[in-house]
Ligand binder design. Structure first.
Ligand SMILES: [Zn+2]
Length: 248
């Protein structure tokens, strides 16, 4: 018997979760059933990780994890149940949890819809694509965040750009990307993940260009970040890294 975790189901179905509650026993999300908390900043749907149950404090909808998935996907309870207790007890491959938005980002969504069987055969390839995508987006967004965090004497502009990074991170389809960024941000370089360090290098190189050209227009600095990021990804990687080392 292997039930999915209720928080995994919520994330898989794209529910908006209160990030501050994510590591707690009681996780809070926006209620997709009554939408009563959709406009205020509140999260009224409680997901209990310990008992794997949900309850909305506004519309009182409640139940277990299978009921939850059934309501969210529109599938019957029996169908959802057989998904987990059906023919095989084999654990699902990570790739099967990627939602359509995420699959679209790596160009696999149509393929999956058109030939599910072939898709399943290629799941390791899909996984590699997803991991690459995820890694690159984390690097890019961390670089942007670092640049924004170094803005001085322009609080409003900084807030505006931070909002841009936040929105952009949301659009990547990577769960809690912005939270991951903030976690890395609070660390010392020596404790940072590889992707974060790569992001720091890119941010530094972008600043360096601004220093050399005396151009501190933030839009341009952000453009430099993206430019160096794409340069790094391209075949010019080796050349660029050399240049970067010389500049920094
Ligand atoms: Zn509700």
């Amino acid at each position: 018997m292997c039930l999915p975790s209720i928080v995994d189901v919520a994330q898989e179905q794209g529910l908006e979760i209160n990030p501050r509650s994510l590591n707690k026993k009681e996780v809070y999300a926006k209620c997709p059933f009554c939408l009563g908390d959709s406009i205020n900043g509140k999260f009224k749907l409680s997901l209990n990780q310990e008992y794997n149950v949900f309850k909305c404090w506004l519309c009182k909808t409640s139940g277990g994890v299978l009921e939850f998935e059934s309501r969210l996907t529109g599938k019957s309870f029996t169908e959802v149940k057989s998904k987990y207790f059906g023919q095989s007890k084999k654990k699902r491959h990570y790739v099967e949890y990627l939602n359509p938005i995420q699959l679209r980002k790596i160009g696999w969504n149509d393929y999956k819809r058109q030939n599910r069987e072939d898709f399943m055969k290629k799941k390791d390839e899909v996984l590699r694509d997803w991991q690459n995508y995820e890694y690159n987006e984390m690097v890019k967004h961390f670089a942007l965040l670092m640049v924004v965090s170094h803005i001085e004497n322009a609080k409003e502009r900084q807030a505006e750009l931070l909002e841009y990074v936040y929105e952009s991170a949301k659009k990547t389809g990577i769960y809690n990307l912005f939270i991951k960024l903030m976690e890395e941000y609070t660390k010392m370089d020596s404790e940072r993940s590889e992707w974060a360090l790569e992001g720091v290098d890119i941010a530094r190189a972008a600043w360096k260009i601004s220093l050399q050209t005396y151009d501190f227009d933030m839009d341009n600095v952000m453009k430099h970040v993206l430019f160096i990021y794409y340069l790094n990804k391209s075949e010019m990687k080796n050349i660029n890294l050399k240049v970067e080392k010389e500049i920094v």
